[in-house]
Design a protein around this ligand. Structure first.
Ligand code: GLC
Ligand code: CA
Length: 563
């Protein structure tokens, strides 16, 4: 049995000014509305998070990444920000924020705040000012307004499509349109405008001064845009996107370097320097720009999240990213789940071995709100094996709330309860991302499964949530929660130098790698047991993702940690 880290930690020693704290951190993503509800209105809040800090300590995470908590009408789950330097009254106050961060730090946990620079909400004071001001005004220049086409200017400036479906241009009634790559409630900011740049520097300072340790940068690859006329067609854009060579007018442009160099200068005003991780859905070969130490310093690698549960794919991805980390000087980032994709316990149970079905487009599998085709037991078995494979790797592990419970995607949310704009704007095509955002089950036998003191929950929790509840799993030595707790406690022991050595094994379904301190991680990706390779026969088995009934056999879809 592994000892769990104590629940009270001396803040002074734990949060010593280590500038490298982020390099191999286990970062736990809190989606605040769905984590814990302190006041019983059905919406998770900051005081709910503060109350659950002992849980985070026991889980053993090094940092929390907090999805947006700013004032918002929730047109896109908070990624539509009304005011970048305040707390949503539905979630609490700035005083609650200060209390939360002090308590996190006191427990030895850092805080990474989500920052959303590509677009504000349409309720932001700047956007309201822009609408009230004439075409060509300074107020409109903070966003991307363009004249409509056609004799009466009623046609959009181009045929560009928004990520959530429909036109990317919204008319404002005076012959102009504004650009929104996401929902119409999310007007894109103009990053060629000096005021926009300065305001975000002020925002970074505002939260850094309040103790925020790092930032997760939303759609970091979209800020710089080439909008010279004539605007290219949607079809041309698609072609350039596939080329992935930096010539796309909207994504992944070189001008981003200059923007993030300014951010870096502000991060470096602090001790330890504030960190940042880019959310940039770009080709792996294009990630360097964001991860460079002169830029944001780290970038999400979504390669495992998009991969099939397959030894060869995982092997190639690890090698590629180890090389990437060496080239950039950044550390690796590993992710299986977040608030935008199907939870991996469900993804790995999809039929036809299509376990790479990560994106919301793939949610057609849940047609009519049900997912008859998902093999839940297999999904969980593979998710646990994949997680133990991931947690042994050098670099940061980004975990999404609920994955430590093995929580599946909730497929059966009634249409009337759905919130995600991608559901509404793509009616009948995508069911959206609500299924991974359902409020967490904390207690099997309590109103709202312990999410809050009442039975209110802003997305309906299915009855089967009870069996995944924290209180049941905490008492079960074989639960997914117990596995996560043990692995995260042990993880600190294998975090020496950021390297690994593969162990050659003569079987296509097996992968094994060695970490510092004699730790070895062995995974069977196949669906049949394999005789245990002789190299492992005498080793001490410390942790496994599933039951081991026969010491001479490595079960299907299972990972074991050896010392
Ligand atoms: C990012 C967020 C996603 C959001 C989008 C627009 O991809 O992760 O949730 O909808 O940006 O802000
Ligand atoms: Ca609440």
């Amino acid at each position: 049995m592994t000892t769990i880290r104590p629940t009270t930690i001396d803040a002074g020693t734990v949060l010593a000014a280590d500038p490298d704290w982020w390099r191999q951190a286990a970062v736990y993503q809190v989606y605040p509305r769905s984590f814990a509800d302190a006041n019983g209105d059905g919406i998770g809040d900051l005081r709910g998070i503060t109350a659950r800090i002992p849980y985070l300590v026991e889980l053993g995470v090094d940092a929390v990444w907090l999805s947006p908590f700013y004032p918002s009408a929730l047109a896109d789950g908070g990624y539509d920000v009304d005011d970048y330097r305040d707390v949503d009254p539905k979630l609490g106050t700035l005083a609650d924020f200060d209390e939360m961060i002090a308590a996190l730090h006191g427990a030895g946990i850092r805080l990474i705040a989500d920052i959303v620079p590509n677009h504000s909400s349409d309720r932001h004071e700047w956007f309201r000012e822009a609408l009230a001001s004439p075409p060509g005004s300074a107020a409109r220049d903070r966003y991307i307004f363009r004249d409509g086409e056609g004799p009466d200017r009623s046609e959009p400036p181009s045929d560009w499509e928004s990520i959530f479906g429909g036109s990317a241009w919204q008319p404002v009634g005076d012959g102009q349109f504004y650009l929104h790559l996401f929902a119409p409630e999310q007007p894109d900011l103009n990053w060629a405008n000096r005021q926009v740049r300065d305001d975000f520097l002020a925002t970074i300072r505002f939260w850094s001064d309040r103790g925020v340790d790092g930032f997760r940068v939303d759609v970091a690859h979209a800020l710089a845009k080439d909008l010279t006329y004539p605007l290219r067609s949607h079809a041309e854009l698609e072609q350039t996107r596939l080329a992935g060579d930096g010539s796309h007018p909207l994504w992944d442009r070189e001008e981003l370097d200059e923007i993030y160099a300014e951010w870096r200068a502000v991060f470096d005003e602090y001790d330890p320097p504030r960190t940042a991780v880019a959310e940039a859905w770009v080709a792996p070969t294009r990630r360097h720009r964001y991860a460079a130490p002169t830029s944001l310093g780290q970038a999400f690698n979504f390669d495992l999240l998009r991969a099939n549960f397959d030894a060869a794919e995982f092997h190639e991805i690890v090698d590629r990213n180890m090389a990437f980390a060496a080239e950039t000087g950044s550390s690796n980032t590993w992710v299986f789940s977040n608030h935008d994709v199907i939870r991996h316990a469900t993804r790995y149970g999809l039929p036809d071995d299509d376990t790479a079905g990560y994106d919301i487009g793939k949610q057609w599998l849940f047609s009519g709100g049900v997912s008859p085709a998902v093999d839940a037991a297999r999904g969980l078995r593979r998710a646990r094996a994949a997680t133990l494979f991931l947690l042994g790797l050098p670099g940061s592990a980004y975990l999404y709330q609920g994955e430590e419970l093995g929580l599946p995607e909730v497929a059966d949310i009634p249409d009337t309860a759905r919130q995600d704009p991608s559901f509404f704007r793509n009616a009948g095509v995508e069911i959206g991302r609500d299924g991974c955002r359902v409020p967490l089950p904390w207690a099997a036998d309590a109103p709202s499964y312990g999410f809050g003191p009442t039975d209110a929950a802003h997305l309906p929790q299915p009855e089967w949530f009870a069996q995944y509840a924290v209180d049941l799993q905490a008492a079960d030595p074989n639960s997914t929660l117990t596995m996560y707790r043990r692995a995260l406690a042990l993880r600190h022991e294998l975090q020496g130098p950021e390297n690994l050595a593969w162990i050659a094994l003569d079987h296509p379904d097996l992968l094994a790698y060695q970490r510092p301190g004699g730790w070895t991680i062995l995974t069977n990706f196949g669906d049949a047991p394999v005789p245990l390779p002789s190299a492992f026969a005498d080793r001490e088995q410390v942790l496994s993702s599933g039951p081991i009934d026969d010491a001479a056999l490595l079960p299907a879809e299972t990972t074991i940690w050896y010392r």
